[in-house]
Design a protein around this ligand. Structure first.
Ligand code: ATP
Length: 324
């Protein structure tokens, strides 16, 4: 392998720049050229790339977003699109790829690497932390810290006004951001898709939570089936007229901002492992970290995964105990 292509694809997450930097620096260290493709798989198809040198990744470890930009590519879902991508890679003498993204990105990588017998390693870049094959994804810790920072501020004003806040956080069909941030902010209750709770369960929890506390915070995951923060707030307002109930949907602030040190280190470690893995013959797999060890999981297994049983028995129980 003489030239490794790198790209970021799907939804962005804080720490993607740190990952790009690590891939480039590891390439330089091992005397391999690195080519950066712009806007994910679109860059392969449109032949839109930059040659990455040491300087091209200077001073980006602390920056959110991705200097390579990211996109979803309709064309890469087609045989013709992938053929164009392959032809461009060949023409540019790129003989391996590191793709940074979520499970969709790995599905694309899996299809492409089988079609063309092309070496690809994936890096888990998503704030949702919902992938099999790694304890943590790049961006999860940063998103959590953004949520905690925001909800701490909401708590101040909630406490002053004796208010009940329903705070909606990201995570799509996963409740892992809500779960961990909910514990971190001392939420009275959380609502996540994995737990199948309805508003009656929340009412019950509020009745059993500390009555001497004048503010209440409920963290709800965007994918929860109860109908979103506004629907839940409406029911709660009726049942608890003593609380002035408010809603805060945190939205895309969770996808941006400086990556935390945890994410920078994780991304750096993964980026180097990806390059060294490729040079050692690894391919068709995602780099992850399980119990502090680097692990390669085949793309077909690096899919969305949540242990709902564990979530309920361990983490939700913790919230019940702490808010009692
Ligand atoms: P996130 O879910 O965190 O936003 P992701 O990587 O899952 O990130 P997707 O939009 O699902 O984001 O996937 C990224 C891109 O991967 C798609 O736009 C598409 O180009 C490609 N892709 C996904 N599935 C396939 C597939 N089955 N075949 C070919 N390409 C695919």
């Amino acid at each position: 392998i003489k030239n490794i292509g790198v790209l970021t694809s799907g939804g962005d997450s804080p720490g993607m720049n740190a990952a790009i930097r690590a891939v480039v620096r590891a390439g330089i260290y091992h005397e391999v050229e690195v080519t950066g493709f712009i806007r994910g798989y679109e860059g392969l198809i449109n032949n839109d790339f930059v040659n990455m040198d040491r300087k091209s990744v200077a001073n980006i470890i602390q920056r959110g977003g991705t200097i390579l930009k990211t996109a979803r590519s309709e064309a890469f879902n087609t045989v013709e699109g992938r053929k164009k991508a392959y032809d461009n890679l060949k023409a540019n003498h790129v003989d391996a790829l590191v793709v940074i993204g979520g499970d969709g990105t790995f599905r694309g990588a899996s299809v492409f690497s089988k079609e063309y017998d092309f070496p690809i390693i994936g890096l888990p870049g998503t704030i949702d932390n919902d992938l099999e094959g790694t304890d943590f994804t790049i961006g999860y810790d940063s998103a959590l810290n953004t949520v905690v920072d925001a909800v701490d501020k909401i708590r101040d004003t909630a406490e002053s006004h004796d208010r009940l806040f329903v705070v909606e956080v990201m995570g799509r069909d996963s409740g892992l951001i809500a779960l961990r941030s909910g514990i971190g902010v001392g939420a009275e209750a959380i609502m996540i898709p994995e737990a199948n709770m309805d508003v009656d369960d929340i009412l019950h929890k509020l009745d059993h939570s500390r009555q001497d506390k004048s503010s209440k915070i409920i963290v709800i995951a965007e994918g929860d089936e109860a109908g979103g923060a506004f629907a839940v707030a409406e029911v709660l307002q009726k049942k608890y007229p003593q609380y002035d109930t408010k809603v805060s949907v945190l939205g895309h602030i969770q996808r941006g901002g400086k990556p935390t040190c945890m994410d920078r280190v994780l991304a750096s470690r993964f980026g180097v492992a990806a390059v060294e893995g490729l040079l050692n013959g690894e391919r068709g797999a995602m780099v992850g970290q399980i119990n502090r060890e680097i692990v390669f999981t085949p793309f077909d297994h690096a899919t969305k995964h949540i242990d709902a049983e564990k979530v309920s028995s361990t983490w939700l129980k913790l919230i019940d105990i702490l808010s009692f």
